[in-house]
Design a protein around this ligand. Structure first.
Ligand code: UTP
Length: 313
C-alpha cells in the first residue's frame, strides 16, 4: 500500500510528490523509482504483487493521470488500484477554521493513519480479501531507497509470530526527525519526533547508548485480519503545524503562506502499532534503505537522496 496522499508542503511543489523528478542526467520520478524497487521483487519471485495507491482529493486526478501518462511504469494496470483518503478541516493558530473559498472550508488529507479506514470505505479491503491477501506492506512515497514487499522482512515477521513488522534504522542524531520505537506500558509503541520530550530524546541505556535509538522509516507489515479487527478503535489525533493555503476574504484571493500558519489534525500510521498485538522491529542498513525526501535541500532532501541513490549504484 503506497501512501501518496500527503501534500509535500516542505518540498514545496504543487501536485503529487511522487511526480517529482529526482533525476540528474535523465528524468527519474519518485514513483518510477519506487516501481523499480518493487519490480526487483516481482522479477525475483516471478509474480506480480498487487499495489494499492492512496491519493487524496487534492492530488487524485493528477496522480492517476501521471501514472497513465507513464504507462503505469511498466506494471500491469490490473494489479494497481487507486483509492482516495478522507479529508479534515485545518485551522489557524487561534483555532478558527480556514476557508478554501468564500463558502467552503480548507480541507487537508487526514494524515497517513487514515489509510486503512479509507481502504475499507473504498472497498479495497474487500478486493484484497478476495485476492487472498493476508499481509499488507504499507510504505511512504518519499523514501526512494525503499524495499517494497521485501521477502526477508516478510519472512522474518511471519517467523517471529508478531502481527506487525516495522522496519527501523539506528538514528543518526538524538533529534533526527523520525518516530522512535519503544515500549509503552509494556506494549510496543512509537513516539513521533515532534512529541518526543528532551528527556526521552537524550536518555541513555546501561551501555551508554541512546535508550530510544531506533527510528521507524514508514515501512510496515500488517496482518489484514488484525487490521479489520482494530479498524473500529479510535486513533489519536495529532496536531501538526503546517503551511495552509487559504482564501483571504479581504484580498479576495487565495494566499499561499511561506511558513506554517496553522494546524492540521492528523492520524498517524505509527499509532496502529500500539493497537496491534505485537510488533517485530526489524533493523535495516540505513544507507541502503533510507533516503527520505522531505525538503528541497539539506537534511532529508532531494540532494541527500540523490547522493544515497548514487552510493547504492
Ligand atoms: P509526511 O508526514 O512527510 O507528510 O508523509 P507530507 O504531506 O508528504 O509532507 P509535508 O509534511 O507536508 O512536507 C509521510 C508519508 O505519508 C503520506 C505521504 O504521502 C508520505 O508518503 N501521507 C501523509 C498520506 O498519504 N496522507 C496524509 O494525509 C499525510
Amino acid at each position: 500500500v503506497l501512501l501518496a496522499g500527503g501534500q509535500g508542503t516542505r518540498l514545496g511543489v504543487d501536485g503529487p510528490k511522487g511526480a517529482y523528478n529526482i533525476g540528474i542526467t535523465r528524468p527519474l520520478y519518485i514513483f518510477e523509482q519506487q516501481m523499480k524497487n518493487l519490480t526487483d521483487v516481482v522479477e525475483e519471485c516471478g509474480a506480480y504483487i498487487p499495489l494499492y495507491v492512496m491519493t487524496s482529493e487534492k492530488n487524485h486526478g493528477e496522480t492517476v493521470a501521471f501514472w497513465q501518462e507513464h504507462d503505469m511504469f511498466g506494471y500491469p494496470a490490473s494489479e494497481i488500484k487507486f483509492f482516495v483518503q478522507d479529508m479534515a478541516p485545518a485551522v489557524d493558530f487561534e483555532g478558527k477554521i480556514y476557508l478554501e473559498s468564500k463558502d467552503y472550508p480548507a480541507l487537508s488529507p487526514n494524515g497517513n493513519g487514515g489509510w486503512f479506514s479509507s481502504m475499507l470505505r473504498c472497498d479495497v479491503v474487500k478486493i484484497a480479501k478476495e485476492a487472498g491477501i493476508e499481509w499488507l506492506n504499507t510504505f511512504a512515497v518519499d523514501n526512494v531507497l525503499q524495499r517494497i514487499a521485501d521477502p526477508v522482512f516478510v519472512g522474518a515477521t511471519i517467523n517471529s509470530g508478531c502481527t506487525v513488522g516495522a522496519k527501523v534504522v539506528k538514528k543518526n542524531a538524538p533529534d533526527e526527525r523520525v518516530g522512535v520505537i519503544c515500549l509503552k506500558d509494556n506494549h510496543p509503541s512509537i513516539v513521533e519526533y515532534y512529541e518526543l520530550t528532551d528527556e526521552l530524546m537524550n536518555a541513555k541505556n546501561e551501555k551508554g547508548e541512546p535508550a530510544y535509538y531506533f527510528g521507524v522509516i514508514l515501512n510496515y507489515l500488517f496482518r489484514l485480519d488484525e487490521l479489520i479487527s482494530i479498524a473500529k478503535d479510535k486513533m489519536p489525533l495529532h496536531i501538526v503545524e503546517k503551511k495552509i493555503s487559504y482564501y483571504d476574504d479581504a484580498l479576495g484571493k487565495t494566499v499561499k503562506p511561506e511558513k506554517p500558519n496553522g494546524y492540521k489534525f492528523e492520524t498517524l500510521v505509527l499509532d496502529m502499532i500500539q493497537l496491534s498485538e505485537s510488533c517485530l522491529p526489524f533493523e535495516v542498513v540505513r544507507e541502503k534503505e533510507f533516503a527520505p525526501i522531505k525538503n528541497p535541500t539539506g537534511i532529508d532532501s532531494v540532494e541527500s537522496a540523490r547522493e544515497l541513490c548514487k552510493a547504492c549504484g
